[in-house]
Design a protein. Sequence first.
Length: 110
Amino acid sequence: MVTSDTVKYTLEPNPVKLSGSENYVSWARHCKLILSSHGYDYLLLKSDKGEEDDITNKQLNDRVLVWMLSTMELIIREQVETLTTPAEVWTELERQFAGKSNNASYSNHA
């Protein structure tokens, strides 16, 4: 369960702005590290728990979603900005870009 104090934490900027397959691996790695350092990396996994109904979890979900969108170039952001959860965005970007970059084998460790 996420407390209201947890939602107040500010996420660090991702030093990598996603522009496509050429930097997806680095972007994904930084996203996971930043979210993990706050205990939010679970939001990248699809959940059937219905936690979105809880207002605090919805706020956290939206905060992470806004943060993720801010780490992308406009052309990429436009492709995923209608998705409603970080997990949906993560899955879609992984589908589009994982395995297409020069360092694709590293993506399994991100």
